[in-house]
Write a protein that binds this ligand. Sequence first.
Ligand code: ADP
Ligand code: MG
Ligand code: MG
Length: 204
Amino acid sequence: MITTALVSAWIARFGEIIEDRADYLTKLDSPIGDADHGANMLRGMTAAVPAAENAPTIDAQLKAVGMAMLSKVGGTSGPLYGTLFLKAAMTLGQRAEVAPSEFAAALRTGADALAFRGKAEPGDKTMVDALAPAVAALESHVAEDFAAAAEAAHRAADEGRAATTDMVARKGRASYLGERSVGHTDPGATSATYLFQALAEVSR
Ligand code: ADP
Ligand code: MG
Ligand code: MG
C-alpha cells in the first residue's frame, strides 16, 4: 500500500533534489526563459515539505503540496504543479493508505488536468513531455510491483526530458524563441523528472 509515510518521504526527497539542483534548473531556464525555475521550485518545495509532513491523510498531503505550489511559486510552473497535486488529491478519499493502482490513477488525473490547464500536448517542449510518459509507465507497471513501476516511470520521464532538447517550444516563455529554443532542455521537464526520481528512490 501507499502510505502517508511514503508520500512524506517522496515529497521530502523531491524537495532535497530541488534544493541540490536549483541552480541547474535556473541555468536551464536562462537561454529559453527568465532564469527563475530553480528559485521558483525551491520556494514552493520549502513550503510543501513541512506541509506534507504534517497532513494526516494522503489526499491532505497532496492538497498541501498543491496549495504550497500555487501560493508560493511566482511562475507559470506554480499553478501547473498546483493543478497536478490538487486534482490528484481530489480523486482520493480521506485515507492514510491507498492502493498503488489508485495512487497511479490519481497522478494520471493530476497530469491530465495539468496538460489541460497549460493547453500543452506532448511535443510542445514542456513538463508534459516528462509527466505524460512517466504517468503512463507508472500505470502500465503498477499491477506488478510499485518499486518497479516507479523506476519505469522515472526512466520514461528522463527519456521525455531528454527529448525536449531537440523540440521547438510551442508553450510558455520558450515559445517566444521559436526555432531558437532548439538545443536547450526544458527546465520544467527536468523538475518533473526529479519528481519521479524521488518516487523511485523512496519506493525501493
Ligand atoms: P515562468 O516561465 O513563468 O518563469 P517557470 O520558469 O517556473 O515559470 O517554469 C517554466 C516551465 O513551465 C517550462 O520549462 C515548462 O516546462 C513549463 N510550462 C510553461 N508553460 C507551460 C504550459 N502552457 N503548459 C505546460 N507547461 C508549461
Ligand atoms: Mg522561468
Ligand atoms: Mg518567471
